[in-house]
Every structure is written in structure tokens, then in C-alpha cells.
Design a protein around this ligand. Structure first.
Ligand code: FES
Length: 113
């Protein structure tokens, strides 16, 4: 139940935040970029920046658009080369930058993108 209210608050904040961003270009709540994870190919030892704010046009990676928010991208280094990596697209994961299945919740799936 607590998770429901948390997610409901996030989605309400998302809509409000998008309006605030349009006016003030400033926000501290991540927006849902996609309702599913992004499958990516990573190279062992290479450093990546995962978009945490949800505004990047190069999902799931950062393109610098977080600068209108207080949110910073998540820097990580690939532990192994693989094309079977799933990075979070909903920005609600509890194990960033990786998908933890949170995108399957009703609140994410019913969100208006
Ligand atoms: S896409 Fe965000 S938890 Fe799966």
C-alpha cells in the first residue's frame, strides 16, 4: 500500500513537474522515459552515464538535459561485455541503472508519456 501511494505521488509529481519545467526549466522529480527497459550492448571497462532524470533524447544514456533539473546521471562501469544488459527506462528502479521490474507496476504502465 505504501508503494502505491509513493508511486501515485511520483506520477502526480511527474505531470506537475513537466508543467513546471516548461515554465521554469527546473525540476527534481524524474519523468518516465519509457514503460520498459532498454536492451543495450556494453563494453567491459567502459564508463557510461545512465539518464536518471528521464529527459534525455539518447535513452537510456545521458545527453545533458538533466541540467534543467537537480537530478544527476548515474555513472557506472560495465563489468563485462554483453549485449544482454537491460537498463531502466521508467526511471523508477531501485537498482539503478539496471531494470528491477518496477516498470511492470500499474502506476508506471498507466502513466501518460
Ligand atoms: S524499466 Fe524501470 S524498472 Fe524496468
Amino acid at each position: 500500500m505504501a508503494l502505491f501511494f509513493r508511486n501515485a505521488r511520483l506520477l502526480r509529481n511527474q505531470r506537475l513537474c513537466l508543467q513546471v519545467q516548461q515554465v521554469f526549466r527546473y525540476c527534481d522529480v524524474a519523468v518516465i522515459a519509457a514503460k520498459q527497459p532498454f536492451q543495450v550492448e556494453l563494453i567491459e571497462g567502459k564508463k557510461y552515464y545512465w539518464c536518471k532524470c528521464g529527459l534525455s533524447k539518447k535513452q537510456p544514456f545521458c545527453d545533458g538535459r538533466h541540467k534543467v533539473t537537480t537530478i544527476k546521471p548515474v555513472r557506472f562501469e560495465a563489468e563485462q561485455s554483453s549485449s544482454e544488459i537491460f537498463l531502466c527506462g521508467c526511471k523508477q528502479t531501485g537498482s539503478a541503472p539496471f531494470c528491477d521490474g518496477t516498470h511492470a507496476t500499474e502506476n508506471v504502465q498507466s502513466a501518460n508519456l
